[in-house]
Design a protein around this ligand. Structure first.
Ligand code: ZN
Length: 184
């Protein structure tokens, strides 16, 4: 089921999300909904707080980016209860956007490698290191579980310049092509 994406200004996007157990109610249906919602809005990642749930779950499907980023090939994954173990490599800049912050795209600097432990949709534990574009998407989605958004990474001047546009999103007065839920 396609869910509305919670927009900038909703408090759930600012909460630290909590781990879930393997018995979390309707988990397979939730994961399916998250993929459907992400696909319907042409996203490459979606975190549970973006559909209003303060739990540590995110999904990624980076396969559409394979042409420019070979590491994205068939990269479709569910991360549950993730913990970043370390960030390493070079710092690189990339223009990011976010389904919760429609219409704003800005360069964000992040490390090229991330080592992360998580359980998958079958609650099997993994510890892996990712690099390139998938490492970036993982860091962006992981930030959502920590109550952080990509605009928080921008310098104070950039943030000041965006204030007006962010308030338009808060008020729900921006054009969006997918279903959204703005701050109540
Ligand atoms: Zn996002």
């Amino acid at each position: 089921m396609i869910k509305p994406v919670y927009g900038y200004g909703n408090m759930v996007l600012r909460k630290k999300a909590q781990d879930i157990g393997a018995d979390y109610e309707n988990l397979p249906a939730l994961i399916e909904s998250m993929f459907e919602t992400m696909e319907a809005s042409d996203g490459v990642g979606l975190a549970a707080p973006q559909i209003g749930l303060p739990i540590r779950v995110f999904v990624i499907d980076a396969s559409s980016m394979v042409e420019d980023y070979p590491e994205a090939e068939n990269f479709k994954k569910v991360f549950i209860n993730p913990q970043i173990i370390s960030l390493s490599g070079i710092e690189w800049s990339f223009v990011e956007g976010c389904l919760s912050v429609p219409g704003i795209r800005e360069e964000v600097v992040r490390p090229s490698h991330v080592s992360i432990s998580y359980v998958d949709e079958n609650f099997i534990e993994h510890t892996e290191t990712f690099s390139g574009i998938v490492a970036r998407i993982i860091q962006h989605e992981y930030d959502h579980l920590e109550g952080k958004l990509f605009v928080d990474h921008l310098n104070p001047l950039k943030k000041r310049l965006l204030r007006k546009r962010l308030s338009l999103i808060e008020n729900g007065t921006v054009p969006v092509s997918y279903k959204m839920r703005f701050k109540k």
